[in-house]
Design a protein around this ligand. Structure first.
Ligand code: SF4
Length: 389
């Protein structure tokens, strides 16, 4: 906690009730802050509209998170007062302090408001040093996966990570991760922990190749924490790139993690579509990665996106064929329908759709228990995102 904000009363409810806002307004200046992902936009807009309708300008409403950074105007249009663009660790406490002291928040780099005419690009703002900030709010008992890596040097066109965090990869040090996990175990009774990374096998390096020693040290040190019984890494919501998978590193992972599945981003069964998406790996590398994962004792959980820009009938058939091949091998699929995420290179592309036949095939996969994922409602979400762009 920023020492300048020690006298603030902070609440972290799952959803913000009007009665909580009313109680806070009774006590003094009230700020409502939302972290917004694109898929939550409708719900959060509804909450903000209710708060505005009920309390007018008696509360300041702030937005942050991935959607806010990529599309600040959409939140300003939805009656937010200020948007934190980019990383919030340093900017949000600064913004709160400015509000408490009557200063203009939009003079802070990375804060925009109703009068702002230009918006910063998140990856061009100063980057925080992860070790200087706690990964979760232990005092508030808000403890989730611990982000061990931020940023990615790849530029997959369907992904907003390159826009949000840029190509520079930063890691939390093993010492800091151990410090916070030990506290979560001792103070909050944690016995399981999830490590979070855009590509779990890149820990410790610049993100372009496996740094086996650094990864092994991270896992060993976490496993050595007294009271921490299970450590999860490389399973959802983390992922691994297929071109990082090799037998030696997965054998080491198998010894050190509790997850039964390994999340592998194959994304398409068509090399042509992978090239369009700038993935920099082939379909065969994806299939090989799943095979190695299975051989090493993991259940391969393979991400496949349908309806990617440029996907033609032949590419779709190839993807479905690869799905069958992966299922026959013993893998399970994580199905998605392409969504034009704000900030991604594909943000202005048409949302993905499924034809009736493909919908039926994916439905059958799901019924058999070999496909997970929110593919069936992503078409609708995708259209909603496209409407917002
Ligand atoms: S999809 Fe993964 S590898 Fe590609 S840019 Fe995003 S985080 Fe990086």
């Amino acid at each position: 906690m920023d020492s300048r904000l020690e006298d603030w009363e902070i609440h972290t409810p799952d959803g913000i009730s009007l009665s909580l806002v009313a109680d806070c307004i009774e006590k003094g200046r009230t700020v409502v802050a939302h972290s917004v992902m694109s898929t939550q936009l409708d719900r959060i807009r509804g909450e903000v509209a209710d708060i505005r309708k009920t309390f007018g300008d008696r509360t300041v409403i702030i937005g942050g998170g991935a959607h806010a950074s990529a599309s600040p105007q959409s939140l300003l249009d939805s009656e937010f007062d200020y948007i934190v663009v980019g990383e919030g660790e340093r900017t949000l406490p600064e913004l709160l302090w400015y509000l408490a002291n009557g200063r203009n928040p939009t003079s802070i780099d990375g804060v925009v408001g109703q009068d702002s005419e230009t918006f910063p690009v998140p990856k061009e703002l100063d980057r925080v040093e992860l070790d200087r900030y706690p990964p979760f709010a232990l005092d508030m008992n808000v403890v989730g996966p611990i982000e061990v890596t931020r940023g990615c040097p790849f530029r997959c066109k369907f992904c907003s990570t390159p826009f949000l965090t840029g190509g520079v990869v930063r890691h939390r040090s093993v010492e800091t991760i151990k410090y916070w996990l030990s506290r979560a175990v001792n103070e909050r009774g944690f016995d399981r922990a999830w490590l979070l990374s855009p590509n779990a096998l890149c820990y410790g390096g610049r993100g372009r190749r496996v740094e086996r020693d650094a990864l092994e040290r991270l896992l060993h040190e976490c496993n050595a924490i007294d009271g921490l019984d299970e450590l999860f890494f490389g399973s959802f919501p983390s992922e691994v790139r297929p071109d990082f998978v090799n037998r030696s590193v997965l054998e080491m992972m198998r010894e050190n993690v509790s997850n039964k599945t390994l999340q592998i981003g194959v994304q398409s069964g068509s090399d042509r579509v992978l090239r369009i998406c700038n993935r920099h790996h082939s379909v065969q590398q994806g299939i090989d990665a799943a095979r190695i994962a299975l051989d090493c004792g993991f259940r391969a959980h393979v991400d496949i996106i349908f309806g990617l820009p440029g996907e033609k009938q032949r590419d779709l058939s190839l993807s479905l064929k690869v799905c069958e091949e992966l299922i026959d091998m013993g893998a399970i699929l994580h199905g998605h329908v392409f969504m034009p995420l704000p900030g991604s290179a594909f943000e202005n592309e048409e949302p993905g759709t499924l034809d009736t036949e493909t919908r039926g095939i994916l439905g059958e996969f799901s019924r058999k228990g070999v496909m997970t994922g929110a593919w069936c409602n992503q078409e609708q979400l995708s259209e909603e995102l496209a409407r917002q762009q």
